[in-house]
Every structure is written in C-alpha cells, then in structure tokens.
Design a protein around this ligand. Structure first.
Ligand code: NAP
Ligand code: HSE
Length: 428
C-alpha cells in the first residue's frame, strides 16, 4: 500500500466544499493518477454545526485553523478561507513552520504577503501552490510556470473578474445603467461580501500582481498595480464605444518596459471582434505573450465551486506526484524587486465630449489636441440636440499625460460642456 497524501482543509465554503466533493467522488481516479490515495484528514471552519450538504463525518474537526495547520497527521494544508490578514495568514505561516506544503485559493493573501510566504516556504523546504487564486478553473499559473517556461514573457493581459465582466456585458445587452446592474448582480449573489473588491478592481488587481511576478521574475507587487474600477463606466460610453467597434472591459495588463514594470487594471476599450471583445458574462480570459510562442489565449470559468476546486486539486495532485516548484516559478531569493513604471506605454485613446454647436468649436478641440502633440485617427459627431452634440474621437497613440494636457486645455475653449471622458484602447 502506498503512502496516502493527507489533507487538512481550512474553509468549508464554496471552494472548500467543492474540494471535499471532488475527493469523495473521484477517490479512485485521483489515486490511480497520483499513484497514491488522496485523503482528507481534518477540516476547519467557523461553524461546526452549519449544514454544508456534504458528509464530513469521516474527518477530524478543528475549531482553530492554526491548530489544523500544525497537525502532525496532515501533509498538505489547504487554505480556502480568504482574507489577507488574520486566520488565513496565521494558519498559512503555522503550516509552513510545521513543515507542511500549502495549497491556497487566496489571491489577497498571496498578493500582499506572497514574497515573505514564498521565502519562508523555501527556507522550510516546502511548496506553496495557488492555481485557484487566479482565474478560477483556468490553469494559467501552470501555463506560465511550466508550459511557457522557455519564453521571455512580453505581456500578460486578461479579464480576471467574472463579476465585472458580467456587469459590463449585461449593461450592454440590456441597455441598463451601471447602478441598476450592480444592484441586480448583488441581489443574485454574484459579488463579494465587500463588492468594492470586485467593482473596484482590487480582486482582479491581486490576480494580475500574482501573474506579473511569475511572468517577469519580480517580487509580487500589488501596491504597484494602477487600479481603476468599473464604477465610472456609463451606458453611454458602452453604446458609443460599440458604435466605434469596441467593447469596454475591466482589463488587466502587465508588461516590463524600459520605464519599469507596468501593471494596470482598468476599464479599457478592446476591438469587439477580438477574443477579449467577444468575452461575455462571468467568464474569464487570460492572454499570454512570449517571444517564442507569440500569443496564447486561455478562456474558462473564473469562479464557482467546481472550477475553483478543480484548480486546487490540480495543485494537490502535483504534490502527490512529487512535482515541486517554487511559488512564483523561480526561487524566491532570485525574484527582483519590481520597479513600477511611472507612466503607461503610449496607446490610442477614446475621447467623448459634449461640444457646443458653434462655428469653430471642433477646430478649437483639434487645436488643443494638436498643441499637446496628439493626432486624431477617427472622429464622429452626430445626434445634435438644440445646443450641443456628442463628439467621439479616437486618437493615434499618445501618452496619458499628453491627453490630460489637452483635456485641461479644452476647459479654456468655452465649447465643451461637462467633463470629457477618456478611455485607453488596448491593442489585443
Ligand atoms: P466562502 O464561501 O466565504 O467560505 C469561507 C470559509 O472559510 C467558510 O467555510 C468559513 O466558515 C471559513 N472561515 C472564515 N473565517 C474563518 C476562521 N476565522 N476560522 C475558520 N474558518 C473560517 O469563501 P469561498 O468562496 O469558498 O472562497 C475561499 C477562498 O477562495 C477565498 O480566498 C477566495 O478569494 C478564493 N476563491 C474563491 C473563488 C470562488 O469562486 N468562490 C474563486 C477563486 C478563489 P463558515 O462556513 O463556518 O462561515
Ligand atoms: N469575485 C471573483 C470574480 C471571484 O467575480 O471573478 C473569483 O475570484
């Protein structure tokens, strides 16, 4: 009889219960593939009495996840509680100190404390795996650390928060405002307990910071992610962008440039015919680009019981098979400190403004853009009311600072009503 791999699972919510179900349903299959049985030994959650619709009677119960993490009879500590401080951090540290490998779905913990945890794990000869933390069921961490290990990665990009993509596509399909769809999504239970984690881009920013570290060999730097949520996206911009051939997505982009590491999570326009433009509803998509492979596109469910537990089990199976890899794909001590880029690489921008219907108004705007060194690629103006008209401009590549200079100059032209909207267009 081969030695089983023994799991302790902290957290019996959506993901934890999903892991229990897979282990119970696929015991024989997992054992055949790993060459040894996978056993759950002990579990922990806040409430022992809660009905979780799954049989936990065969497992020891621990009230305290830190005690679970240090149990002598577990090999792997599976952390699926959440949060970047408190029990998740304490228990993960306790597990490493007690000589356990760790599998985590917790992007917040790893984005904030990933470097210190990776160093501690390596000092202790242990591994931390976190496939489930990024894009749920999509094996993107494996793709980067293993399949693309021979590439110099040039760009990582993606839609990594299903709730935001749901909101943006639902706004477009139903012609509803952000506020209306936010309320709907909240009532349907699609948003995190603190919705700002989703709509503020924080959850997706955590995921991007983790992928950046692997892709560029830098210490995970969540503080270096330029974050902008979807709260300011209006149905008007969604409709106008669609008319110009674009979709608005909460897009994460990471690339290493001459100016440093650029990490952005913000609403962007992408061509509506591109794979990212075609992504509907709560699905995730990650685009990886490397010097040898060119580009690969991974698409799939970014959340939910089955997909997330599937990713956790992929990591568990690697450990069971004896496959061990550094947390961020290379020894933690060799990861360079990230140097955040102060400015994003130039890109085309979408500009929308309400222009007073007066002779020479457009010329004044064109002049302000020209003075800032910005060239117009495309322009459209229709739908006048009595006094003004919406004007849409797609610029050639420019910097955000040049654009801000032009927008500031619009103010003194006396022909722009209200605040112009500027959204970056990402080449995908
Ligand atoms: P969840 O449904 O809210 O479950 C959290 C679990 O942790 C619950 O069982 C809770 O106990 C337990 N817990 C919380 N605080 C605890 C404490 N102090 N001591 C012991 N147990 C504690 O969360 P989830 O959706 O499964 O997510 C778990 C992790 O996976 C998070 O890091 C999340 O970001 C990540 N993740 C989730 C998804 C997803 O689709 N849900 C996708 C990717 C990654 P009680 O049940 O007793 O309250
Ligand atoms: N709130 C996240 C999402 C869940 O909507 O994608 C998975 O991380």
């Amino acid at each position: 009889m081969t030695t089983p791999l023994r799991l302790g699972i902290a957290g019996l919510g959506t993901v934890g219960v999903g892991i229990v179900r897979i282990v119970q349903k696929h015991g024989d299959l997992l054992a055949a593939r790993a060459g040894r049985p996978i056993e759950i030994v002990a579990v922990s959650a806040r409430s022992k009495s809660k009905n979780r619709d799954v049989d936990l009677s065969g497992y020891a119960w621990e009230d305290d996840p830190v005690s679970l993490a240090a149990r002598a009879d577990i090999d792997v500590f599976v952390e699926v509680m959440g949060g970047h401080e408190g029990p998740a951090k304490d228990a993960t540290e306790a597990a490493i100190a007690a000589g356990k490998d760790v599998v985590s779905a917790n992007k917040a913990l790893l984005a904030v404390h990933g470097q210190a945890l990776a160093e501690a794990a390596e000092d202790a000869g242990r591994v931390i795996r976190f496939e489930a933390a990024v894009a749920g069921g999509i094996p993107v961490v494996k793709a980067l650390t293993e399949g693309l290990a021979g590439n110099d990665i040039t760009r990582v990009m993606g839609v990594m928060n299903g709730s935001c993509n749901y909101i943006l596509t639902r706004m477009q399909d139903a012609g509803l405002s952000y506020e209306a769809v936010f309320d709907e999504a909240n009532q349907l239970g699609y948003l995190e307990a603190d919705p700002e984690l989703d709509v503020g881009g924080i959850d997706a920013g955590h995921k991007l910071a983790l992928l950046s570290s692997i892709a560029f060999g830098t210490q995970v730097d969540f503080d270096g992610v330029e974050l902008e949520g979807i709260g300011s996206v209006t149905i008007e911009d969604i409709n106008q962008a669609a008319d110009m051939g674009y979709k608005i997505k909460l897009l994460g982009v990471a690339q290493l440039t001459g100016r440093g590491l650029e990490q952005r999570m913000s609403p962007c326009l992408v061509p509506d015919t591109s794979p990212l433009g075609q992504l509907e509803g709560g699905t995730n998509m990650v685009v990886l680009e490397g010097d040898a492979v060119n580009q690969i596109v991974l698409r799939g469910p970014g959340a939910g019981e089955g997909p997330t537990a599937s990713a956790v089990m992929g990591d568990v199976m690697d450990i069971a098979r004896g496959f061990r890899i550094s947390t961020f794909g290379q020894p933690a001590g060799t990861l360079r400190k990230a140097r955040p880029a102060r400015a994003a690489v130039p890109a085309p921008y979408y500009l929308r403004m309400q222009l007073l219907d007066k002779p020479g108004a457009l010329a004044k705007i064109a002049h302000a853009l020209g003075e800032a060194g910005i060239s117009i690629d495309r322009m459209r103006q229709y739908g006048h009311d009595d006094t003004s008209a919406p004007v849409l401009i797609v610029t050639h590549k420019t910097t955000r600072s040049a654009l801000d200079e032009a927008i500031a100059a619009f103010g003194s032209t006396g022909v722009v009503a209200g605040d112009p909207v500027a959204i970056r267009i990402e080449a995908v």
